[in-house]
Design a protein around this ligand. Structure first.
Ligand code: GDP
Length: 296
């Protein structure tokens, strides 16, 4: 990911570095190129505007241009603003509640929701030594509940026994009840996805939310879907309320626009990123490391 953007920014910054002195016009010209590079990487326009304005304010009209190495200073400012755009700090999962702590998993079909549910379970089990229960509330896709059960079995995580014919809210209540009775620390509730956002989906997840009062409502989005991912996040955030985002397929060749836009547009942090299909391919989202990677 970010390859195209890294190449473009690298060219712009190489030219800046080579210049001994920089004028305000030089910086403005470079920032015009940065703006185009970000738009071509599919970053949402409001995020691009905020970013370019922020860098310009910091770089122009301060001591920066009169400094010893102005090119390097401008690049540092770009780096700092990239970190800010990506969310500034690492945001861990919030498990601050009386156990069993419910985590609600949201997202469209194919975004990687079920895989991510299992990945989070594995992470909490191995890293935090938590006792985790996985529950699929997906009664629409016939194999969905079975898929999660198998993932649980493969990774040594418990999954809620399947009872045919139960509705999502009933399953969610049962999962919380089993979680309480059997001393689970965390219950991960994997909701059904849809091909696109529809009223029925939203009504269903709102009913599940109200029945379980999740501490984390995590939206799973596919980095490859670019600005569509940002639209999906805005919708889920307005209609259901999300506490964080998990971005999948960071291992793919997405242009990176979704990752760079998400925080600014939704106000919600990317907490985790999916780096592959395996159940251990999940990592915290480090804004500074990602910014470093983008700048090459
Ligand atoms: P769901 O419909 O949202 O539950 O999606 P699934 O969890 O079934 O995932 C759909 C496909 O995406 C599966 O083939 C997963 O293995 C794959 N997948 C999920 N997360 C990632 C990721 O981070 N990277 C890659 N490369 N593939 C992923």
């Amino acid at each position: 990911m970010f390859d195209g953007l890294t190449g473009r920014l690298g060219d712009i910054f190489d030219r800046l570095r080579k210049r001994g002195a920089l004028s305000e016009d030089d910086v403005n010209a470079a920032l015009r190129e940065v703006r185009i590079a970000l738009l071509e990487a599919d970053v949402a326009l409001p995020a691009v505007k905020a970013f370019v304005t922020g860098v310009k304010e910091k770089a122009v009209g301060t001591e920066v241009l009169r400094g010893i190495n102005p090119g390097q200073m401008v690049i540092k400012i770009v780096h700092d603003h990239l970190v800010e755009l990506l969310g500034s700090q690492v945001e861990d999962l919030n498990l601050e509640a009386v156990p069993p702590v419910p985590i609600l998993m949201l997202g469209l079909q194919g975004s990687g929701k079920t895989t991510t549910s299992a990945k989070i379970a594995v992470r909490l089990k191995n890293r935090d030594k938590k006792k985790v229960l996985l529950a699929s509330l997906d009664t629409r896709r016939p194999a969905a509940q079975e898929q999660l059960r198998i993932l649980g079995q493969q990774t040594g995580v418990a999954s809620l026994p399947i009872i045919a014919g139960q509705q999502p809210v009933e399953i969610a209540r049962r999962a919380m009840e089993v979680g309480r009775l059997e001393g689970f620390d965390v219950v991960i509730l994997d909701t059904a996805g849809r091909l696109a956002i529809d009223e029925e989906l939203m009504a269903e997840v709102v009913a599940i939310r109200d029945a379980t009062k999740p501490v984390e409502s995590l939206l799973v989005v596919d980095a490859m879907t670019g600005q569509d991912a940002v639209t999906v996040a805005t919708n889920f955030n307005e209609k259901v309320g999300i506490t964080g985002i998990v971005m999948t397929r960071i291992d793919g060749d997405a242009r990176g626009g979704a990752a760079l836009s998400m925080r600014h547009v939704t106000g919600k942090p990317i907490k985790l990123m999916g780096m592959g299909e395996k159940t251990d391919a999940l990592e915290p989202f480090h804004p500074d490391r990602i910014a470093g990677r983008i700048l090459g």
